[in-house]
Write a protein that binds this ligand. Structure first.
Ligand code: FAD
Length: 390
């Protein structure tokens, strides 16, 4: 029997593990949070996240939203382009579910470093969190260790905790990889984000404030690696050839980096008292910027279960299986939908071009379809069957 003050171990202090630790600490659980990396390494990734409304609600609940405001770049329009059939659809505030419209943004872009610095500051101040950074997590650790009520794996896609616990994990390696770069443009409207479907893969252009943007360029992995190794002028010349009409790059702001992409999924997110949260349990293609938002919906579900257990003074024994059940459908649908989008749009088969034409025309003509697809992207497909909180 575990009480609400029983210690919970979290392996991994990335955006998922850190947010979960703060949430659990606010419920009065005592947390040991481990990461193999140092504070500087954890905070210094050059990456930006597209946040959806499900993430906004969680950050408000955890009292982080207001403090993040100076670092959030809202976008009021998401422009979706299908280059294969030369059609465009715009998603705006009026396409959001009514309960999201007062936030006045389709989504927000948040820089990794600003997010992690705030989370780390809060963790250091929390009396319920013991932070062990720069530690080899296997030290003193064996899965199913009974001195912890729960052991939570938030140690990312290569999770050692998952491997040591022998939790089955299914992975499909995409031939596409992705290249990220921060770019300054000339004369651009900074409240617009772009998702362009191109035959070699999707291209996302996300506003970082003023005229700076994060570009997430999906293409065959060998091409991404080759692009990442180009000199600045040669790289900017290459990017000019794929940008939407009117966008002109002015300067490259960081070193472009290439990453392999996978679709991964653990059908069962637990074994014994070990539980997979965030990318240790699933991974999807970055199309639509779902990754971190999906990880944070794991966090939200686990916090709800842990809060109920603490209020009712119940054992944490049933939490892992209930968590797996509650997360299964959202993870399956989002993984399947992102995969379908990539397969549908990354080719030129004539039959599929017709499907795309019909789909884009339906989105253009009927606000109902825009609202439905935006709700699936921003609140999660699970919300079709439940009421959204205000
Ligand atoms: C190129 C790219 C672009 C992306 N763009 C977006 C986007 O626009 N929007 C979005 O929502 N998502 C995006 N994502 C996905 C997003 O980065 C991930 O969803 C997010 O980082 C997952 O967070 P995490 O905390 O689960 O894992 P990670 O960020 O991988 O963190 C894992 C942590 O665990 C630590 N660790 C590793 N091994 C151990 C161990 N053995 N013991 C203890 N600690 C360990 C690591 O040091 C790290 O701090 C993108 C991903 C990539 C690759």
């Amino acid at each position: 029997m575990y009480g609400s003050s029983s210690p919970v171990r979290i392996n991994g202090a990335g955006p998922t593990g850190s947010l979960l630790a703060l949430g659990l600490a606010s419920l009065n659980y005592s947390i040991d949070l481990f990461d193999t990396a140092s504070l500087d390494t954890i905070c210094s990734k050059s990456r930006a996240y597209a946040l959806t409304h499900s993430s906004r609600r969680l950050l408000i609940k955890l009292d982080l939203w207001n403090e993040l405001q100076p670092f959030l770049t809202p976008f009021k329009k998401l422009r979706l382009e299908d280059r294969g059939i030369r059609k465009t659809v715009n998603f705006t505030n009026s396409d959001l579910h009514q309960s999201n419209q007062s936030a006045c943004a389709v989504g927000w872009i948040l820089d990794h470093s600003s997010l992690m610095r705030l989370l780390m500051r809060r963790l250091e101040l929390s009396p319920n969190v013991n932070l062990y950074l720069n530690r080899v997590s296997v030290d003193n650790f064996s899965p199913f260790n009974n001195s912890y009520a729960l052991i939570i794996a938030a140690d990312g896609p290569q999770s050692l905790t998952r491997k040591q616990s022998e939790i089955p994990f299914w992975t499909h390696q995409y031939s596409q990889g992705c290249l990220t770069a921060k770019i300054r443009f000339r004369n651009i409207n900074s409240d617009e984000a772009f998702e362009c479907f191109r035959p070699e893969g999707p291209l996302a252009i996300l506003p970082l404030g003023e005229t700076d943007f994060q570009v997430v360029w999906s293409a065959p992995l060998h091409r991404c690696r080759q692009l990442a190794s180009l000199e600045t002028t040669a790289f900017l010349d290459q990017i000019c050839t794929i940008l939407p009409y009117g966008l002109e790059p002015d300067a490259l702001l960081d070193q472009p980096a290439a990453f392999p992409l996978q679709l991964s999924f653990a059908p069962k997110l637990h074994r014994g008292n070990v539980l997979l949260v965030g990318e240790s349990g699933h991974r999807c293609h970055p199309v639509g910027g779902q990754g971190l938002n999906l990880c944070w919906r794991d966090v939200e579900t686990l916090l709800q279960l842990m809060s109920l257990a603490s209020q009712n003074k119940k054992s944490l024994k049933n939490i892992p299986s209930r968590y797996t059940k509650l997360r299964f459908l959202d993870l399956l649908i989002v993984g399947f939908a992102t995969d379908l989008l990539v397969r549908l749009f990354s080719n030129r088969q004539s039959g599929l071009l017709i499907v795309r034409r019909v789909g884009i025309s339906a989105l253009k003509l009927w606000p109902f379809f825009r609202r439905l697809s935006l709700q699936a992207m921003t609140d999660g497909p699970g919300t079709f069957l439940s009421r959204l909180p205000k």
